[in-house]
Write a protein of this length. Sequence first.
Length: 128
Amino acid sequence: MSAHTTDRFETAAARYFEAWNATGPESLAKAVATAWTADGGYTDPLAEVRGHAQIAAVIAAAHEQFPGFAFRPLGAVDGHHDTARFSWELVNETDGSAPVAGFDVLTLDAEGRITQVLGFLDRVPTGP
């Protein structure tokens, strides 16, 4: 695997985390537009959306549900052809706890922008 190929996957993942960690409507909209194609999609057990506005809405809702948390990669980004995969966790920036963790698969276009995300939740918070 060439370094160029690895960089492409790592860059796409970095942009993805930048979008998930963006705060404020303008920053979020810009980060989503940088990471995804205009008709890009995002699917996980809780959401199935397409397009920048809907993706931004899903991210904003996650921030409302988990204020003061940040999405962090867990381990390395792995990829081949136009597909990248990685694990992540949602970390409380105050106490370091990570109640949510998952695994995402990204499909990229020729420019390295995301056309589709398939997300899986490996750890979710239990009820009160």
